[in-house]
Ligand binder design. Sequence first.
Ligand code: GLU
Length: 339
Amino acid sequence: MRKGWKQRAAAVAALLAGLALPLAGAHAQSVDYQAVVDRAHAKFKDNNEGANADYIPALDEVDPDLFAVVIVTRGGQVYAAGDADHRFSIQSVSKPFTAGLVMEDQGIDAIRDKIGVEPTGMPFNSIIAIEQDEARSRNPLVNAGAIAAVSMIKAKDARQRWQYIVDGYSEFAGEKLSLLEDVYVSEAETNYRNRAIAHLLYNYGRLYSEPLEATDVYTKQCSLGVSARQLGMMGATLANWGTNPATGRKVMRKEYVDELLAIMMMAGFYDEVGVWAYDAGLPAKTGVGGGIVAVVPGQMAIAAFSPRVNEAGNSIRAMLAIQHISEELNLSLFKSGKH
Ligand code: GLU
């Protein structure tokens, strides 16, 4: 079983790595990225489908018309359109970054063994998914696996655990990030389902610190404020194989980024990941705050933000904008004629 997983992960990693160079070469010089983000922004700015997520009360208060589209290249050039400096709560877009920090600290097998790397095909906060399979947490990009990843951080208390996350994310972004206190308070007051998930995992031996502490730090992680520009830089650190393009600091080992992108490809888009792979063909992570980051390995990150989400919890404008850019620049990892 272990061998099968390694072979599969190696195959996806090889696909991602093999695509990087031709992509970088094809687009590095010739594309006017500012025009690309401007076009994507203009095309979808009047789309008013969906609604703010409201199960976290503070998210319902965010201006639904905000919209940003950003490209950050592997070299650190930033191209932004719209409200690219507005800070929103990162929510589930945080999940790959904590998984990355845990991989970096504890090795690639830690995530596979203690959480899992299989998509659930179910909503991000599914309890049925936990009950259905002995892996329980399933992967680090659903709530169960993300709370488990937080619990794996080596820390003596909640303060240290949170500090580890905020410092690590700031390294990914290349600048200091901080909490959106109002979102945190609102989510902490209403996160009963996540508390239940944490206790259930603990019951099954798949949570590795005290459940309420892990849930609280996870809630803070989701309430971290980022702008689309900052999120783009975090993604560009992954596109640049773990080294922040602006600071030059290595946040993650290159070979672990391969594996992280494989998990993002399989599980980054809630239960719409199949359609996303079909339409955009890029490893990505989405969040109910309206943010999405997609990574073009070895080339760039595309980040977008707009608060109105669909039934699955994906920002409609952000999704359409990234998909449009992927099509316009021929970025899907699976496009024919590329290999
Ligand atoms: N903090 C949110 C939750 O745990 C994150 C959900 C999401 O963005 O998918 O429900």
